[in-house]
Design a protein around this ligand. Sequence first.
Ligand SMILES: [Mn+2]
Length: 397
Amino acid sequence: MLLALAQIVALLATSSSVLGHSHGDADQAVYEYSDDPWLGQFGQTADLSFSGVTTFAHLPHLKCLDAPAEPFDIALLGIPFDSAVSYRPGARFGPYALRAGSRRQRPDRGYGLKLDINPFDNGVSLLDCGDVPVTPFDGAVAIQQVKAAYRSMLRHPVQNEERLKQLNFQKGLDGKFHPRIVALGGDHTIVLPILEAVSEVYGPVSVIHFDAHIDTWNPNRYAGSVSEQAKINHGTFFWSAYEQGFIKPNSSIHAGIRTRFEGPQDLDDDITAGFDLIHTMDIDDHGVEWIAEKIKARIGDGPVVISLDVDVMDPAYLPATGTPESGGWTSRELRRILYSLAGLNIVAMDVVELSPAYDTNGEISAIAAADMIFDFLSILNLGVKGKDNSLPVRDEL
Ligand SMILES: [Mn+2]
């Protein structure tokens, strides 16, 4: 909200300048505004859900990659890359669709009953940092671009250090606070350079991976892996992340898996890469609470990245994705699981694989996926529970 106010002040200054008034003459400026046909009658009016330039949840926008000194605490960053998919392309339009799907989210109407928080009004600054201008023509360079962009984002100064301290956010290995970045994908490959950049700041991390697919497939057995570059794609990137040491050993977990494997050897590789597995049908046998407890027991207190491939949801609820699989979770089931992750030591989050060409006219996929990001922002803003029970994280949700 502070940033939004700062932007309004900046806007006023600009308007005054356009009208030919000096910035120093406040009385004259006030007179002009009251005389203005719009401002005089309606004043400054917040955007409605359907009006305004489309940023995520109508948040202020800044091209953060061009302004490395600009402080923020949490940022949305679009990564419109989809050159490493195995089936339907189109996730390069994911950031656009997530923003469009978020239009009914507004900072002034962001209070969620279930988690009892408005993530846009919690003493933490949020910014839509726009997109990484990632090349569609060269996969290797694209991954370098994502890595450089994410590193740059993590280097921005935080805005409200005291608040982050209260929320018990983890500092980096350098002893400093770093912003939390919520990435808007893009195909899932973008998480490889994200994990590299994040592990540079915090050391190797755990991953909570929501997906219909394990994405730890051994590139030497993955169809289409005809070159070293082709071996890095949206089905193999977690294997590469494991090989390069970005993931903490035996500390990660998949949730929502239901695709077919080549055979049991895929599971062996998955365990080698450090993952445990929750099958999509576990929700019927054990329920949401069991799933949440299993995830939390696996992750513990260490730094964790939450990576959400929207194909974890059933195509009935989210058809707009590149590799849909039947038998997934509903948006309500998934959101309840997400709520239960409040209090974990989250250092990065992403929503990937939204491919709006396959969405309905009603944007059911985009709206559901944008709501998942709202949940991400809410659980981030509830802080890290750790051992301090006075933190504003609820035990019962
Ligand atoms: Mn995936």
